[in-house]
Write a new protein. Structure first.
Length: 147
């Protein structure tokens, strides 16, 4: 599939799975909400400021992110196609307060029905949020026919 299809899938999917190198070389994967900025080539995430995920990032900032699309019925009328995008890159923690506020608004409007609700949520929780991005180094897309 064309790489533009991978980017389209990143833009429309609501969730994906972010994976890190965990303790004792075990992978650590967690479902995440996210915001993909196509122009920047970055995927934005948020979490608490402490926890195992943050420990993994601080130890090794390399990560992988996977998202997939809805099933699409194939021409035969019974099997399905499923598309997925896999992204590799390095995590960067956003420390600049002005940039953080700008990017978290872009992120939140994907999930909240209005900017008013976005701003209310940010006001209530911004001080407890770690905001970071995955700087995309490699991206691939796959479409599989399930039979």
């Amino acid at each position: 599939m064309p790489i533009e299809d991978a980017k389209d899938l990143l833009e429309k999917s609501p969730r994906g799975v972010l994976s890190f190198n965990g303790e004792d070389d075990y992978p650590y994967s967690i479902p995440m909400n996210y915001h993909y900025n196509r122009d920047e080539g970055k995927i934005y995430f948020h979490s608490a400021k402490v926890g195992y995920k943050v420990d993994c990032i601080n130890k090794n900032n390399k990560a992988c992110f996977v998202t997939f699309g809805d099933k699409e019925l194939s021409e035969d009328g019974w099997s399905h196609y499923v598309s997925s995008t896999i992204v590799f890159g390095k995590i960067e923690i956003i420390e600049d307060r002005k940039l953080l506020l700008e990017k978290i608004k872009e992120f939140a409007i994907k999930y909240y029905p209005s900017m008013e609700e976005v701003e209310d949520a940010i006001e209530r929780s911004i001080n407890g949020v770690l905001f970071y991005c995955l700087n995309i180094e490699h991206i691939s897309v796959k479409r599989v026919r399930e039979r």
